[in-house]
Design a protein. Structure first.
Length: 198
């Protein structure tokens, strides 16, 4: 199973490195860079954290790994409801690639519930990927990436970031240990995003 997932991971990585879509108001070069960075500073660490937590908490590694790999797959087409759209895409893709229906079904739910908005995580595997998704947002390059490609002004970027770290830290990290690991970063980012422009 590990080899099959590794192969799929390589394919999904290539979709981010050579995106087939063009992003609204972006040049092709910027679209490419945008998705390259998205893979390197977001999807990749989400996979890493998810796999570590799957081993630590005794979760189903295949479900967690595939869920992490595909959790933002609908971002590649700029879908706003990327949890709902992405979960269907993930399911279809896994069936097409010959994964069994049970695994495809469980992975679909991980993708659907990773945002903890309309669909809160229920299983251990769903909670792991939702937590890993939030934890990866605390890597500082993530917010440089957001800022670089945002068309909003600096004050509103800070305000939005502030809300995001609050939600990620308080509502999306389901494990005390992982919350402790992120705390220092949370406090630092919070200070930075609370900066008031004179
Ligand atoms: Fe997402
Ligand atoms: Fe994500």
């Amino acid at each position: 199973m590990e080899k099959t997932i590794e192969k799929l991971e390589e394919e999904i990585k290539n979709l981010h490195y050579n995106p087939a879509v063009s992003k609204h108001s972006f040049s092709d070069a910027d679209t490419k860079e945008f998705y390259n960075c998205f893979w390197d500073i977001h999807v990749k660490p989400v996979i890493k954290y998810s796999k570590q937590m799957a081993r630590k908490y005794g979760a189903d590694l295949s479900v967690v790994w595939l869920g992490a790999l595909l959790h933002d797959i609908a971002r590649l087409e700029d879908a706003e409801l990327h949890d709902e759209i992405g979960s269907k895409k993930a399911y279809d893709l896994l069936i097409e690639k010959g994964f069994n229906q049970n695994l495809a079904e469980k992975t679909k739910n991980v993708v659907l519930r990773h945002r903890c908005r309309n669909f809160p995580p229920e299983t251990l595997e769903e909670k792991i990927v939702a937590s890993a998704d939030a934890m990866a947002h605390f890597l500082p390059p993530f917010y440089f990436w957001i800022g670089k490609y945002s068309s909003s002004n600096f004050a509103s970027i800070l305000e939005r970031n502030n809300k995001k770290i609050e939600r990620d830290y308080h509502d999306k990290i389901f494990f005390d240990d992982e919350k402790k690991m992120i705390k220092e970063q949370y406090v630092l980012l919070k200070k930075w995003f609370n900066f008031k422009i004179q």
